[in-house]
Design a protein around this ligand. Structure first.
Ligand SMILES: [Zn+2]
Length: 337
């Protein structure tokens, strides 16, 4: 066995066996939904992309991918693996039935606080605030007013300084949207961010967080149904924190909570895998996962993985946006191919 693994590793290094891991978030019929402003993948585009992927790739299950990474199975050429983050109800309603119909499986990564505790993640609240209030200048007025009102309670910079540093376009987002996102994601002190996000969410989206969580996330029963049908469910943090920003003890507690939750779901019987929230991890995270028997973990580093060369606990993944959305599109080499 050991010799076979060594040989495979040596061959892998020479042959560069690509494993394309695709990352999805919101997948739904957006144009027909209540939140047409939400940034996600239209269900029809998803189905077309599935056709495309099935035409050009060999779709692996998580168990097969783990076996290939261990060197126990040979990776097929053009192998791909599908992953769905954050435990959205979208995945149960609009993804799971189509995977079943096609005989495919995928990996799903719900945070414990959303799936079990029915809390809406701040990152999701920000998405919905932006979707429900398309006038970003109006949001900025409200954000800036809240910052000014909190100035005597927190150590804050002058607004002009935040604007100068963060109000810049990035990716597909305007300068205004980036300013709102950055201020609410990490620039302001955590306690103030939480206050402002909650106030804007209650004003623009919903005052009933628990009801909103039921609309947004899968619950324990739905996750168990998916596991029963052969889908893989792995860890995505207890509170969806950047793990590399937590103390060692807090990271250990987070991962222990995740393991307990997955154990209750019956998801650990087969395999324990992990998906780092925001892609954040450090040496402590990886050590704790290794000690907990984690078979593989995925990041947000946007490129193809090369089995035989990668650390199984830092596997790169490509966003759905990196792939065509037409069933008959010609093969496009993803980044790092
Ligand atoms: Zn996430």
């Amino acid at each position: 066995m050991r010799r076979r693994r060594c040989l495979q590793r040596a061959l892998g290094a020479v042959m560069r066996q690509p494993l394309t891991i695709v990352m999805y978030h919101y997948v739904r019929p957006i144009a027909r939904s209540r939140y047409v402003g939400i940034k996600g993948l239209e269900k029809n585009d998803f189905l077309q992309q599935l056709d495309y992927l099935q035409r050009h790739y060999v779709m692996l299950s998580m168990v097969q991918a783990a076996a290939c990474l261990r060197g126990d199975e040979t990776l097929p050429s053009n192998a791909a693996l599908l992953t769905f983050d954050d435990g959205y109800l979208d995945h149960y309603l609009h993804v799971f039935p189509h995977l079943l119909e096609r005989g495919l499986t995928a990996a799903f990564y719900p945070p414990v606080c959303a799936a079990r505790d029915r809390q809406v993640l701040d990152v999701n609240k920000i998405h919905y605030i932006l979707a429900c209030q398309p006038d970003s200048n109006l949001l900025i007025e409200q954000l800036d007013a809240a910052v000014e009102a909190a100035r005597d309670r927190f150590d804050l910079l002058p607004l002009a300084q935040y604007v100068a540093e963060w109000k810049k376009p990035f990716g597909y987002d305007t300068a205004e949207v980036i300013y709102i996102k950055r201020m609410l994601q990490h620039v302001l002190p955590a306690a103030l961010r939480g206050e402002i996000v909650d106030a804007l969410f209650a004003r623009c989206v919903s005052a009933d967080e628990a009801a909103f969580a039921d609309e947004l996330y899968m619950d324990v029963a739905q996750l168990k149904t998916m596991i029963g049908a052969g889908m893989h469910v792995g860890g995505h943090g207890a509170a969806h924190d950047w793990l590399d920003r937590l103390s060692d003890d807090a990271q250990a507690a987070d991962i222990a909570t995740v393991r307990d939750f997955l154990g209750e779901l019956g998801a650990l019987d087969e395999l324990f895998t992990f998906c780092y929230p925001y892609g954040g991890h450090n040496a402590t995270t990886r050590r704790l996962l290794r000690e907990a028997g984690c078979a593989l973990a995925v990041t947000t580093e946007p490129r193809v993985a090369h089995v035989g060369e990668e650390d199984a606990l830092t596997l790169p993944r490509l966003d759905t946006n990196a792939f065509p959305r037409q069933a008959d599109a010609a093969f496009v080499e993803p980044k790092g191919w």
